[in-house]
Design a binder for this molecule. Structure first.
Ligand SMILES: C[S@@+](CC[C@H](N)C(=O)[O-])C[C@H]1O[C@@H](n2cnc3c(N)ncnc32)[C@H](O)[C@@H]1O
Length: 287
């Protein structure tokens, strides 16, 4: 059983087999468009983008449940997130030719880097072997993908990347956040950017009962004890689901901690409410 092997203390599904069902390419799902996921179509027109991406889409169960049955919105969300990054990079006159998406799952972001940009090196990694297998099997060969573990080490060369993204990953990294930051610092080239989403004090204050995050947390005993506190009780408030495996905690960071502690390792450039709005984007730069 995959959940009893030692590897899964520090990774996931290390011995599981990928199922063989997938969805069709995005051109099959254009009719599902409901305009709830928007991006600047003057920058990337829909039909142009769709024609460049022939790869299958993952089933809902192979993409962390993202966007339920709306396969169009799943695909569009990656495009929207990439454009948000592009805009920031353009404003700061930063060119990206190599990028890594940590916690890439089944390629929500990297599929667009491959299809819509002329980036020379597109890399994804994830602790979940099934996601890595999915990308390897169904997305173009030019995307390099590997399984990493929860231990903060990446098998990549020093100063080899212009950009590292991690969407909804540090929201679950319960240990070694500073070591991860050191590792990102090692593999980023000078001037390179880390684009990381987090749950912050803002998330804590604004979180409403209808948010999926609240729904996920509401029955947790530790959460119940602290929910009414006006401020986050700790710099890193960690709510664990299980203690014996990776990827089973929700973490909220105080912004002051991110600036003080992460900002010592990489230069703190920016923090702003992300998309969807229950996470903040933290932008850091290697000196
Ligand atoms: C909430 S999902 C987000 C998936 C993807 N980033 C996206 O936005 O569609 C979190 C992903 O991060 C992966 N993950 C969690 N901890 C990780 C770690 N330490 N290193 C790499 N991947 C991790 C999980 O397996 C999962 O695929």
């Amino acid at each position: 059983m995959s959940d009893s092997v030692w590897e899964d203390f520090i990774a996931l599904n290390s011995t599981a087999e990928l199922n063989t069902r997938v969805l069709g390419p995005i051109s099959d799902y254009l009719a599902l468009r409901d305009r709830s996921v928007l991006w600047d179509e003057t920058k990337i027109p829909l039909m142009e983008a769709a024609q460049k991406d022939h790869s299958p889409l993952p089933l809902e169960e192979d993409r962390e449940g993202y966007y339920g049955a709306n396969h169009f919105n799943y695909w569009a969300s990656g495009l929207r997130d990439w454009l948000q990054i592009t805009e920031w990079l353009e404003q700061h006159q930063i060119t990206v030719t190599s990028a890594l998406d940590i916690g890439c799952a089944s390629g929500r972001l990297v599929r667009h880097w491959q299809a819509q940009t002329d980036m020379q090196q597109v890399i994804g990694c994830d602790i979940n072997r099934l996601h890595v297998d999915w990308v390897s099997r169904y997305l173009p060969e030019s995307i390099m993908v590997f399984q990493n573990s929860s231990l903060p080490t990446l098998p990549l060369a020093d100063e080899s990347l212009d950009l590292i993204t991690a969407f909804s990953v540090f929201t679950h990294v319960e240990s070694f956040d500073t070591t991860w930051l050191m590792e990102l610092r090692r593999v980023l080239r000078p001037g390179g950017i880390a684009w990381l989403t987090v749950h912050s004090d803002r998330t804590w204050h604004e979180m409403a009962p209808d948010w999926p995050l609240y729904q996920a947390l509401k029955n947790n005993q530790d959460f119940k004890m602290i929910r009414e506190l006006p401020e986050l009780p700790q710099d890193r408030t960690i709510i664990r689901w299980q203690k014996e495996r990776s990827y089973s905690a929700n973490v909220f960071y105080r912004e002051s901690y991110l600036r003080r502690v992460w900002g010592r390792i990489l230069k703190f450039e920016d923090i702003f409410p992300g998309l969807p709005n229950y996470q903040d984007v933290v932008v850091l730069r290697k000196h």
